[in-house]
Design a protein. Structure first.
Length: 111
């Protein structure tokens, strides 16, 4: 297998992994999310050895798709985290984990 074929295969694996991660996030499947995270780290380590100048149009196209899907997954993770934080706040009757309360002289304190 040539270097280009290896790179292309790795990018295709990353794309498939990110699609699986999106499904895991939608299902809130923590075990699969962790597995996908570990897989992404392994694939990133492989891709670090690739020289950017050696990428052809096909590889660059898949790389662009990988970047976009990773960004979508990042946003989804942030939405889930925000939702959980809001639900915990509603459940505990508290607001944010850190809040500013005026002290003597108007200084702010973190509680």
């Amino acid at each position: 297998m040539t270097r280009k074929q290896e790179t292309l295969a790795t990018l295709q694996q990353m794309l498939a992994l990110l699609q699986g991660e999106r499904q895991a996030l939608a299902a809130l499947d923590l075990e699969r999310i962790v597995t996908c995270t570990n897989g992404k780290l392994d694939l990133c380590n492989r891709l670090e050895a690739v020289e950017k100048d050696s990428l052809d149009e096909e590889c660059l196209g898949i790389l662009d798709a990988v970047r976009r899907l990773n960004e979508i997954n990042r946003r989804l993770r942030n939405l889930i985290a925000s939702n959980v934080q809001n639900r915990l706040g509603a459940f505990t009757g508290g607001g944010a984990a850190y809040s500013a309360h005026p002290r003597h002289g108007g200084n702010l304190a973190i509680v």
